[in-house]
Write a protein of this length. Structure first.
Length: 201
C-alpha cells in the first residue's frame, strides 16, 4: 500500500511543506491528523505545497499554523492534502483505507481548534482524572474542591466540541497506537489508550 505524506519546512515564516509518495510499510515514522473539516463556506487560506500555492479550510489552516511553530521536523498524514479530492473514485478508494493509515501512524494528533478562556483547566482536569483513574478516593476529593465548578464548566465546553459528535473521528483516534489530543498549546496524551483485546479496528 502506498501513501502520500507531508513534510513541514520549519525555517520559513509562511506554511511550507512538501508531499512525497511512499509505500506504507517503507514509510518513515509519521503522525496523522484527525480534525473536523468544517463547512464549505468557511474561509480558505493558502499554504505552499511543493512550491505551489494551495487552499485549505480555516480549521486545518489553524492546525497547520500550530504545527509550523514546532522546532522539530514533522512528517504527517492529512486527508485533505494527501488524498486527491478532485477525483471521486480515487478519493473513495483512499478513504476506505484510512483506518490502516491511522493504525500505522506513530501518533494521531486530534485538533480541537484554538484554545479559549479556561480551556487549560479542562485539559488539566482530564489529565488529573486519567492519572488517578484507579483511585476513587482521589477522584472524589478532586470533585469536592471548592473551585472545581470552573474546571467542570470548562470540561463541559470542551466535550461539546463538534469533533466528539462525529463518530468517524473518534474511530480514527481509537485505531491509533497513541493519540494526542490538542487544542493549540494544550495537549493531553493517551486519554483513551488502545487496548488490543477491545479494539474494533
Amino acid at each position: 500500500m502506498e501513501r502520500d505524506l507531508v513534510n513541514f519546512e520549519q525555517e520559513h515564516p509562511d506554511i511550507r511543506c512538501e508531499i512525497f509518495h511512499v509505500k506504507l510499510h517503507e514509510a518513515p515514522p509519521f503522525k496523522a491528523l484527525s480534525y473536523t473539516w468544517g463547512s464549505p463556506n468557511d474561509p480558505q487560506h493558502s499554504i505552499i505545497m511543493n512550491g505551489r500555492t494551495i487552499l485549505v479550510r480555516e480549521n486545518l489552516f489553524l492546525a497547520l499554523q500550530q504545527f509550523h511553530t514546532r522546532p522539530e521536523p514533522l512528517i504527517i498524514w492529512i486527508d485533505a492534502v494527501c488524498i486527491n479530492q478532485t477525483y471521486e473514485n480515487e478519493r473513495n478508494e483512499q478513504v476506505a483505507k484510512m483506518k490502516t493509515i491511522y493504525k500505522h501512524a506513530e501518533e494521531v494528533y486530534i485538533w480541537l481548534g484554538p484554545s479559549y478562556e479556561d480551556s487549560l483547566l479542562a485539559f488539566q482536569l482530564m489529565q488529573d482524572m486519567y492519572d488517578h483513574r484507579d483511585d476513587v478516593g482521589r477522584i472524589a476529593r478532586l470533585f469536592s474542591q471548592p473551585d472545581i465548578g470552573k474546571a467542570v464548566f470548562a470540561l463541559n465546553r470542551l466535550l461539546g466540541n463538534d469533533y466528539w459528535w462525529r463518530m468517524w473521528y473518534v474511530v480514527r483516534a481509537r485505531c491509533a497506537v497513541s493519540s494526542n489530543r490538542t487544542s493549540q498549546e494544550h495537549s493531553l496524551p493517551k486519554v483513551f489508550p488502545r487496548r488490543e483485546q477491545k479494539s474494533s479496528c
